[in-house]
Design a binder for this molecule. Structure first.
Ligand code: GDP
Length: 199
């Protein structure tokens, strides 16, 4: 797959550390522990691309992964949100940096929101989807850890989330079941990201 050779490029906690704004970037967002790192690892078929256990101190960074065989194509791992231990001012900084990046980044071509299928559409998820919709950036949601539910229950949740998103944001936001553990929905997610990156 085009993502097999993805590799860490940099972590930015200030605008000047970002790569030049001239490429194609897809952002991955999710609440802490939703399964975002595992989803990135599964997409790229790498065991430890995005570290599965992270520390609260790193929550203010945007982590860029490059696809070395393609020019200026990046997967951007947004800091997981919701660590209780992160001080208030750090959360404020996080919000300012990410919001500015999200509102102004020309290279941003799509947003993937990773949600635990058992706890979808929390405030943070809606906020990120709202930013994307404001700019007309396409969004896709992965309802991950689908292996934790029966197939029927997973399908029902996908349907319920689809309806709720249509009600809140109109049609157009993709919704799919995903499991990094069982490797379900991985190819479907890859196709969405590859299309946004013009791969
Ligand atoms: P992040 O904080 O969003 O990056 O979440 P992680 O990828 O670190 O995952 C959080 C926890 O959920 C870890 O214990 C993972 O092993 C577990 N996890 C992640 N994806 C899955 C999945 O698809 N199925 C199951 N059963 N567990 C998962």
């Amino acid at each position: 797959t085009p993502f097999d050779r993805a590799r860490y490029l940099l972590a930015a906690h200030q605008p000047r550390q970002l790569p030049p704004d001239g490429g194609f970037e897809v952002a991955f967002a999710g609440r802490s522990n939703a399964g975002k790192s595992s989803a990135l690892n599964a997409l790229c078929r790498q065991g430890a691309l995005a570290r599965v256990s992270k520390t609260p101190g790193r929550t203010q960074q945007l982590v860029y992964f490059e696809l070395p065989q393609f020019d200026q194509r990046y997967l951007v791992d947004l800091p997981g949100y919701g660590y209780a231990k992160v001080p208030q001012e750090l959360q404020a900084h996080w919000q300012a940096f990410i919001q500015t990046w999200f509102r102004k980044r020309e290279a941003l071509r799509g947003l993937v929101v990773v949600m635990d299928i058992r706890h979808p559409l929390k405030d943070y998820d809606r906020q990120m989807l709202g930013y994307a919709m404001e700019r007309g950036i396409p969004a896709h949601t992965l309802l991950t850890k689908a292996d934790k539910l029966s197939r029927g229950a997973a399908a029902n949740t996908v349907q319920a989330v689809r309806m709720e998103l249509a009600r809140s944001f109109g049609e157009g936001i993709g919704v799919q079941a995903f499991s990094a553990e069982a490797k379900t929905g991985v190819e479907q997610a890859r196709e969405v990201v590859a299309r946004w990156l013009w791969l």
